[in-house]
Design a protein around this ligand. Structure first.
Ligand code: FAD
Ligand code: NAI
Length: 475
């Protein structure tokens, strides 16, 4: 006899565990099934984000940034730091502790909200009366049934054909986050978000980093002016990024990895590295779900097909997060999870895809929301642009980090903000103001008229808004 629930959530990442909590808050009996194991074989909910994504990468970015500051920037403040060393195993252990705190926090939250947690793999066994039967294969085998099922099974790293991840020399995000030491030479394929964040971590710690990118443009989805500014900063740091390459044979040998590629000039190049990180995007994960048992529709990429409301082709079955279309971001997965729980309760949950922020946590940080200048041009929208450099911001000078700018794009007629693009210190935090402004359909003038604390980096956002009207006060 299976245990019966109103809502069964498969996957306990940001999409799944948040959907489960919201559904429970709305009065449903909820089960959440997640198979991720910690080193001891116990449950480790939180998905890719908590275990091998957002959280551990930010922990390592923080540690490596402290190291970089101690080595290169403390002296500017009159601080002498001699013989600064990095104990990589301690850094990794700290990261593991941060991950565990998050795993435990999620288990606590599920319990607090009376969500029943199952540790194991969930798969469709078939239709049940008024819903679906889900088999849970963990230490024991159990069966649960749900009137509604929310699938939040996430994504996996995309491998290059013929070069499987061994997580020793050829690394996905998983291996890249738990290296035992600093590789002398590190190669990365793909200069997207993971390539830049992981490349930054290991470069700061002393690796000679080369990132090979297939496309001829750097960060094509980012506003061109912002991407150019970021590239300048990365070049200065010694992060070697080669654009427009064609990767050929990769040999994973005893001493390391050899990557053969053709560079943008058409020359054949052989790159020897101690480790290779492949960061060329991620693929939706439906492995082991047994979608065939119920006829769940997938697209040609393997993503679960959903409509704008995250409904699949099956009544009562929903899917959210990385396993469906749209950006693969934790906060997007969370918003979809909340919206689906609310829709199940008959409410009108909504996700505004136009105001989902993006952040790349490099130094300088890159963050944006809304459309880029090149998108507005392509869409034939008449716009005004205003930007303000951190060089002219008092707080940035005091921090000793004046790289970059805030750039605002507004409709030429209505002045409504259409996009905000930031490269520079604390861009990840600064972007929140732009998201709020765009959600409230604010004009650039609205931001320009708001009192911002002095001295603060956020004054650069106000000044960018003033710049839209060609009346900056401090530049
Ligand atoms: P996931 O987090 O992948 O969770 C899916 C869960 O489902 C997993 O626990 C998995 O074990 C479980 N599961 C799968 N199949 C089954 C099954 N059949 N039965 C039971 N359980 C199952 N995004 C950001 O917004 N900010 C960042 O800073 C950021 N940094 C990242 C850094 C890296 C290195 C990586 C790889 C990703 C990063 N992301 C970041 C992306 C983010 O991790 C994902 O967008 C997010 O985790 C997606 O959430 P999800 O709930 O859809 O899936
Ligand atoms: P990505 O899509 O960001 O970047 C992949 C890059 O690899 C692209 O520039 C692409 O042109 C390039 N590429 C693809 N195939 C190639 C090939 N054969 N040879 C050379 N280059 C090739 O994907 P990435 O970095 O793997 O990250 C996956 C996703 O994880 C991101 O898109 C994002 O959704 C999420 N993520 C988010 C983070 C954040 O929010 N800060 C951090 C890390 C990941």
């Amino acid at each position: 006899m299976s245990k019966q629930f109103d809502v069964v959530v498969i996957g306990g990442g940001p999409g799944g565990y948040i959907a489960a909590i919201r559904a429970a808050q709305l009065g449903f009996q909820v089960a959440c099934i997640d198979e991720w194991k910690n080193a001891a074989g116990g449950p480790a909910p939180g998905g890719t984000c908590t275990n091998v994504g957002c959280i551990p990468s930010k922990a390592l970015l923080q540690s490596s940034e402290h190291f970089e500051h101690a080595n290169h920037h403390f002296a500017d403040h009159g601080i002498t730091a001699k013989d600064v060393k990095m104990d990589v195993s301690k850094m990794i252990a700290r990261k593991d502790t941060v991950v565990k705190q998050n795993n435990d926090g999620i288990l606590y939250l599920l319990k607090k909200n009376k969500v029943t947690f199952f540790h194991g793999r969930g798969s469709f066994a078939g239709q049940a009366e008024g819903g679906y039967e889900i088999k849970v294969a963990g230490k024991t085998e159990e069966s649960v049934s749900g009137k509604h099922v929310i699938i939040a099974t996430g994504s996996n790293a995309r491998a290059l054909p013929g070069t499987p991840f061994d997580e020793v020399n050829v690394l996905s995000n998983d291996g890249a986050l738990r290296l035992g030491g600093v590789p002398k030479k590190l190669a990365l394929i793909g200069s997207g978000v993971i390539g830049l964040e992981m490349g930054s971590v290991w470069r700061r710690l002393g690796a000679e980093v080369t990132i090979l990118e297939g496309l001829p443009t750097f960060l094509g989805a980012v506003d061109e002016q912002i991407a150019k500014e970021a590239k300048k900063a990365f070049d200065k740091q010694g992060l070697k990024i080669e654009l427009g390459v064609k990767v050929g044979e990769i040999v994973n040998g005893k001493k390391g990895v050899t990557v053969n590629y053709t560079n943008a000039k058409g020359e054949a190049v052989v790159l020897d590295a101690d480790k290779l990180i492949i960061s060329i995007g991620r693929v939706p994960n439906t492995i082991g779900l047994n979608t065939e048992a119920v006829g769940l529709q997938l697209d040609e990429r393997g993503a679960i097909v959903v409509d704008g409301d995250c409904k699949t082709n099956l009544p009562g079955v929903w899917a959210v997060g990385d396993v469906v279309r749209g950006p693969m971001l934790a906060h997007k997965a969370e918003e979809e999870g909340v919206a689906v729980a609310e829709r199940i309760a008959g409410q009108h949950g909504h996700v505004n895809f136009n105001t989902i922020p993006w952040v790349i946590y490099t130094s300088p940080e890159i963050a944006w929301v809304g459309r880029t200048e090149q998108q507005l041009k392509a869409d034939g929208v008449a716009y005004k642009a205003g930007s303000f450099p951190f060089l002219a911001n008092g707080r940035a000078r005091a921090l000793g980090d004046t790289t970059g700018m805030v750039k605002m794009l507004a409709d030429a007629t209505t002045d409504e903000i259409l996009g905000v693009h930031i490269v520079g210190p604390q861009a990840s935090e600064l972007i929140a103001e732009a998201v709020v402004a765009m959600e409230f359909r604010a004009s650039a003038e609205d931001i320009a008229r708001i009192c911002h604390a002095h001295p603060s980096l956020s004054e650069a956002t106000k000044e960018a808004a003033l710049a839209v009207d060609k009346r900056t006060l401090n530049f």
